[in-house]
Design a protein around this ligand. Structure first.
Ligand SMILES: [Zn+2]
Ligand SMILES: [Zn+2]
Length: 236
């Protein structure tokens, strides 16, 4: 079973529930930890910024206190790669510290350099920028911003997973096995485990009903034989 969900969205971006709905759903599912990990500000459609992000921070703190006896509630953020080695982690002191930082390339983010422009072209037009460079760009940003996990690696633009895994192991960053869609092949999952990097399973829930729904990720991980490399998996 999976004991923590570090990747959930709410109405603050394009999810359907409130943060409290997600927390209640996580308690019902028997989880011991949940993170509200909204899209970071650079996402043009779903990014949470300014006063909204501050309000979310307050709400997460309130929920953490209210439900402390039942579950650990964490403040997360799903950051966007905005340029080579750069992410849109807000620097405001009143928002910090984030308990869980995710990082991914997303469409709908204004590219700040030619590197990200090429990836945006790939996401829309299926061009072929170097996947090794994509992996290295994610790793450079992960190091610079102290990222904890790569969300849905390989989604939207191809990243060389062995390169990502090697660097992730060195930095102590986790690769997410996303339970909303499969983004890594069985070979990539096995190669990651063989290289000594670890996984985390996340629901990427955009509704309370999907909080703690790990079915797709669990079956994908089990088939690849990498379950024991998933940090939030507990056998039995
Ligand atoms: Zn995402
Ligand atoms: Zn997400």
């Amino acid at each position: 079973m999976i004991i923590a969900d570090y990747h959930t969205h709410t109405r603050y971006s394009h999810g359907t529930g409130t943060p409290e709905d997600n927390v209640k759903a996580a308690i019902d599912r028997g989880l011991s930890r949940i993170a509200i990990s909204e899209h970071a500000p650079a996402h043009m459609l779903f990014g949470v910024h300014g006063g909204h992000l501050r309000a979310l921070r307050k709400e997460v703190d309130r929920l953490a206190q209210k439900y402390a006896a039942q579950i650990e509630v964490l403040m997360g953020l799903e950051c966007n790669l905005t340029a080579y080695g750069r992410a849109d982690l807000p620097s405001n002191a009143d928002l910090a510290p984030f308990d869980v930082l995710l990082l991914a390339y997303h469409k709908g983010v204004f590219p700040l350099d030619g590197f990200c422009l090429a990836r945006t072209a790939e996401a829309f037009l299926h061009t072929q920028p170097d996947p090794v460079r994509t992996a290295n760009a994610l790793l450079a940003a992960a190091e610079a911003y102290h990222i904890h996990m790569f969300a849905h690696p390989g989604l939207y633009v191809r990243a060389d997973i062995p390169t990502l895994a090697r660097g992730a192991k060195e930095l102590g960053v986790l690769l997410e096995i996303n339970s909303a869609r499969v983004t890594m092949s069985q070979e990539e999952l096995r190669a990651t485990a063989a290289l000594g990097a670890a996984f985390v399973i996340g629901s990427d829930a955009h509704s309370p009903a999907r909080v703690g729904d790990f079915e797709l990720a669990l079956s994908t991980a089990a088939r690849a034989g990498v379950l024991e490399h998933v940090v939030n998996y507990k056998a039995g």
